[in-house]
Structures are given as structure tokens and as C-alpha cells.
Design a protein around this ligand. Structure first.
Ligand code: OOB
Length: 555
């Protein structure tokens, strides 16, 4: 374990090994084993090219040589900020082999988040594509190099000024193999959804993550004949290893990367690449449902659609089943910190459509507790706590946060309110964490508020969730202003752009109020703000309906 990671207590480590969850094997070793068995079979596909397992290993070896030639070695951290592409697969494997720890950053992150991640992880390098969706990632990376003392290199998938091209240098001198990785040490850092002012890092070990990917592959029916579509940002735990890209590599399945999440593009890719498995968020499932009937036929190859990241509403689940009767609809309720719950492929339709499933592993321990940490009676709602062979024991370098986020005996407090149904499945009823879930992307209210408060016009700020038909939620900012100041939503967005905050976190509605509702200890009553927002939205909707009716009459 590197410094800053919380080890599993010896007793648990022994148990997880004895019970067969953990093996003394790195992720690279396991994937390389599978690659040798599947050498000539298709491993990864993106919009430009495809690689067999043999070619994937070869490209990963070249990327490893580039990193090694730049002085990176075991335990060093590299931020990976790549869009969904074959190079993401090769680079991730190269890191696993070299023992370099990838920090899985999303392409949508900007200066504020990346600078924080670079400093927190003391990353030596960042890997990028020079430009993506009109944004100059190479330029930002060069800026970061100036401001983050640990950053020494920019790796790029194609040539760009100031960047080292991955695989560019001849790899003749690279050793054929790198020996001796520690299966029980951190393999990668995932980002937490975040409830605090700044994103946290989640260290996952080779052993726990391998088990995660293998068990998830099994429960999703992934095998050598499967083809999985990765359309969610590949750095997320869900598309990465639940079972995702890593599960596919372990089972000999093909990983197909897509960069567009437009329903028509997804359907075309599913037809063209004969996709069998599609992990997605409810917003994408809804988009597929809204396809014209003739496009829906393109979904014929699909066997399993696994929906999670956000609550899938029962009507959507039922409509999916009705529109595509050949499909198995599976729900997953998971978190980057570990625990995964799935409905099983042979569950009755009622369970698959109305619950978020049950824990993946017999080694998972879950508790549903009240505000005092006491188990609630069966069937009552409470906060979900979990512990198990693939759930972390602490965030990276965050002792204070860890004291709150984990119980004394090592349970992770999820902040989700759930219920246990008589069938032994979980339903997610809400949450107590201060977060907005925007189509599966998590936004920490506190993080956005800390930026808003820095604005010269703002005297206090509170960000709350606003209900949305497809995305589930969007962020709404309530602010009070300094005397004489004025503010618009556009001005806020411009300000957050200048602060380098990722766009998906920007508030999409602004409410300026005279005073924040406060509790007697001076905390903002967010529940009251949410109720206020609901009332405002209701009033607007009714006004909209009256207007429509009037227009109709006139027409
Ligand atoms: C996944 O991971 P994260 O880390 O982005 O977010 C975790 C949180 C959960 O604590 C819960 O609040 C929410 O996302 N969530 C769901 C859900 N799945 C996740 N809420 C309601 N219903 C669901 N089905 O989102 C994630 C990681 C691995 C697999 C799937 C999702």
C-alpha cells in the first residue's frame, strides 16, 4: 500500500483470500493471460480502428515503454483524461503493468478539478488527446504543468507541442515484461461522486478490482462471444469494471467505444458492431425508447441493458421491456467506492423493473441504519452502510473525511437512503448526502457553492437539485446578493468558466432571494429551498399550460 491509503485489516484480508475473492494476481497479469488465450480475437474497437487482443498487448507495451523512458515507475501517478478510444484501453493496461497508478479523470473536467487532482495525487504526468469537443486539452495541460510542481510530462495520443507522443519512441529497449506487481496494492484511483468541497480519490487494489470485474462479468452474463458498448465516459467505475472494459478483457469479449451518446448514433453502433451488452444511465435508456420505431429494430443484437448510476423509474423499465421484448433489463446500483447491487438476469420482471438489485458478492455486508447508526426494522428506509471484498476502507489522503465517511468498524456510509424488500432486493429511496445526480454524473453541492461564494456579488449560496424528466436532476443555485449587487445565470456561468469548473456542474437555474432559510444553528435549510423550487416549477408549469391552451384557441 502506498502512503495515504487505508489498508484492509489483516483479519479481513486473510478472509478475502481464504474465501477466494482475492488472488495474488495483478490486473495486467490477468488480462495478459486472457489476451494470450484470445490472441487473434477482437479486443477493442473505436470509431477509427480496431485491435485484436494481441495488438492491444503490443500497443500497451509501446505505451509502457514511453512512460518508462520518461522516468515513470512503480507507484507513480498519471492522470488519464482521455475520451472513449482504443488508446484508453492500451494506456490503462500499460499503467497496470508498470505499476503506475492511473487517476481516472473525466474528459469533462477542467482546470479547477485537474489542478486539485494533480496536487492531491502528486501526479507526475497527465495523458490527454490534444483537442476534444472543441476544447484545447493540450493547452490546459501545459498550463497545469506550470502550476503543479509534480507534473513533469504530458502524454498525448497524437503529436502536439510540449507533449510526449504515446508509443512514439521505439520500444526495442523496453523489457518484454515487468515483473513483480503487488496484487494487494493500489492499482488505480477513481474519483468520488463528491459531497465535500473538492473531489476525493478512491484507491482500488488489483485484487479487489479484479474480483469486482470478474464477479460483475458473471452476473451480467459476459463471455467470449459478447460485445460491450462503452458510451459512458470510460474512466467511470461503471463502464470501466462493472463489468465494463476490464470485465470484457478478462472474458475475451470485445469492447466497443463510442463517443456520441445521441440515441440514433447509439442504435447505429449497436446494429453495426452487433453489441450484446450496454451499460447505461436512465437518461440514455429513455433516449433509446424515444427512437422512432424503425430505428429501434437496430437494437436487435442487444441482449442485456444494464441501467444504473441513478434511479431507473419503473415506467421506463417496463416501457423498455415492452419496446424490446428480446432484451433483459438489468438494474445496477453501485458506487466507485465499491459495493455493487444488481438484479439478476433470471429475476422475474417485477423485480428487475422495481428494485435496484442485491449485493454482487456473498462477501458483501450491508446494514440499513437510522441517524444513530442502529439497524432499522426490516422494510423500513434507512441509510445504507456497506463493507466487503471490493469496498474501500478510506479515501486517499483524507483522514478527516474518512472519520465521517466510514464507521469505526470499517463500513462505508453511502449517504443513500434505501429499503430492503421482502424479496431481499434493495430500492433506493433518496439520499442524505448533499449531491446532485445529473443523469448519473454526480455534482457536489458544496464544491459548486465554494465557487459561487467567491463571486463578488454573492453573499451566500446554496445549490439544490431540480427535478428533470430525462436527466433526473439538474443543479439550481439559490443566492443572496451583497447590497446593491446584481447577478444573472449567464454571469454565473461565465464566472464558473473563468474559474475552470467543469461545465456539467454549472447551475442551470438561478434564484435570487432576500435571505437564506436558516436552522437555529445557522445551517441553510436545503429541504426548504427544494420545496420552494418545487412550488416555483409547479406555478411555471401551470402558467405554461394556460399559455399553450390560449395559443391553441387562437390558432
Ligand atoms: C455509480 O457510481 P458513482 O460513484 O458515480 O455514484 C454512486 C452513487 C450512489 O451512492 C447512489 O447515490 C447513486 O450513485 N446511484 C444510484 C443508482 N446507482 C448509483 N441511485 C439510484 N439508483 C441506482 N441504480 O453511479 C455506479 C458505479 C458502478 C456501477 C453503477 C453505478
Amino acid at each position: 500500500m502506498i502512503d495515504g491509503c487505508t489498508p484492509y485489516p489483516a483479519e479481513f484480508r486473510d478472509r478475502y483470500i481464504r474465501d477466494g475473492y482475492w488472488r495474488a494476481e495483478t490486473i495486467f497479469d490477468a488480462v495478459a493471460d486472457s489476451a494470450r488465450r484470445n490472441n487473434d480475437r477482437l479486443a477493442v474497437v473505436d470509431s477509427h480502428r480496431s485491435l485484436t487482443f494481441g495488438q492491444l498487448l503490443e500497443e500497451s507495451r509501446r505505451f509502457r515503454a514511453t512512460m518508462a523512458a520518461c522516468g515513470l515507475s512503480r507507484g507513480d501517478r498519471v492522470i488519464i483524461q482521455l475520451p472513449n478510444c482504443a488508446e484508453f484501453a492500451s494506456l490503462t493496461l500499460a499503467c497496470f503493468e508498470l505499476g503506475v497508478i492511473p487517476v481516472m479523470a473525466l474528459p469533462a473536467l477542467r482546470r479547477a478539478e485537474l489542478e486539485h487532482l494533480a496536487k492531491l495525487s502528486a501526479a507526475k504526468a497527465i495523458a490527454i488527446v490534444p483537442e476534444y469537443r472543441g476544447f484545447d486539452h493540450a493547452g490546459l495541460a501545459r498550463e497545469l504543468m506550470r502550476d503543479c510542481p509534480s507534473l513533469e510530462r504530458i502524454f498525448s495520443v497524437s503529436a502536439a507541442p510540449g507533449c510526449v507522443e504515446l508509443g512514439g519512441a521505439p520500444s526495442a529497449h523496453a523489457p518484454a515484461r515487468v515483473a513483480g506487481g503487488d496484487a494487494f496494492a493500489a492499482a488505480l484511483f477513481l474519483l468520488s461522486g463528491g459531497t465535500t468541497g473538492l473531489p476525493k480519490l478512491i484507491p482500488r487494489t488489483h485484487a479487489d478490482y479484479l474480483y469486482n470485474a470478474r464477479a460483475a462479468s458473471e452476473v451480467c452474463g459476459l463471455d467470449g462471444s459478447s460485445r460491450i458498448l462503452i458510451a459512458l465516459p470510460a474512466e467511470h467505475n461503471f463502464p470501466l469494471a462493472c463489468p465494463g472494459m476490464i470485465g470484457a478483457m478478462l472474458t475475451g469479449a470485445a469492447t466497443v467505444f463510442a463517443q456520441s451518446t445521441r440515441a440514433a448514433d447509439l442504435a447505429a453502433t449497436i446494429a453495426r458492431e452487433r453489441i450484446t451488452h450496454f451499460p447505461c444511465v436512465p437518461a440514455l435508456a429513455i433516449a433509446l425508447l424515444e427512437l422512432p420505431e424503425r430505428d429501434r429494430e437496430q437494437l436487435a443484437p442487444l441482449r442485456v441493458i444494464t441501467v444504473g448510476g441513478q434511479r431507473l423509474q419503473e415506467p421506463t423499465a417496463r416501457a423498455l421491456k415492452l419496446a424490446c421484448p428480446w432484451l433483459t433489463v438489468q438494474q445496477v446500483f453501485g458506487m466507485a467506492e465499491g459495493l455493487l447491487c444488481y438484479t439478476r438476469l433470471d429475476d422475474p420482471e417485477d423485480i428487475a423493473c422495481t428494485t435496484q438489485g442485491r449485493p454482487l458478492s456473498p462477501g458483501d455486508e450491508i446494514r440499513i441504519v437510522d441517524a444513530f447508526g442502529r439497524d432499522v426494522p426490516q422494510g423500513e428506509p434507512g441509510e445504507l452502510w456497506c463493507r466487503g471484498p471490493y469496498t474501500i476502507r478510506g479515501y486517499y489522503r483524507a483522514p478527516e473525511v474518512n472519520r465521517d465517511a466510514f464507521s469505526a468498524d470499517g463500513f462505508y456510509r453511502t449517504g443513500d437512503i434505501v429499503r430492503m424488500t421482502p424479496s431481499g432486493n434493495i430500492t433506493v429511496e433518496g439520499r442524505i448526502k448533499d449531491q446532485i445526480n445529473r443523469g448519473g454524473e454526480k455534482i457536489s453541492a458544496e464544491e459548486v457553492e465554494s465557487h459561487l461564494i467567491a463571486h463578488p456579488a454573492v453573499s451566500s449560496a446554496a445549490v439544490v437539485a431540480m427535478p428533470d424528466r430525462t436527466l433526473g436532476e439538474r443543479a439550481c443555485a439559490y443566492v443572496t446578493l451583497r447590497p446593491g449587487a446584481a447577478l444573472t445565470l449567464d454571469a454565473i456561468r461565465e464566472y464558473l468558466l473563468s474559474r475552470g469548473l467543469a461545465r456539467f456542474k454549472w447551475p442551470e437555474r438561478l434564484e435570487i432571494i432576500d435571505a437564506m432559510p436558516l436552522t437555529n444553528v445557522g445551517k441553510i435549510k436545503k429541504a426548504e429551498l427544494r420545496r420552494d423550487l418545487e412550488t416555483r416549477l409547479d406555478v411555471e408549469e401551470q402558467a405554461g399550460r394556460r399559455r399553450d391552451a390560449r395559443d391553441e384557441k387562437r390558432a
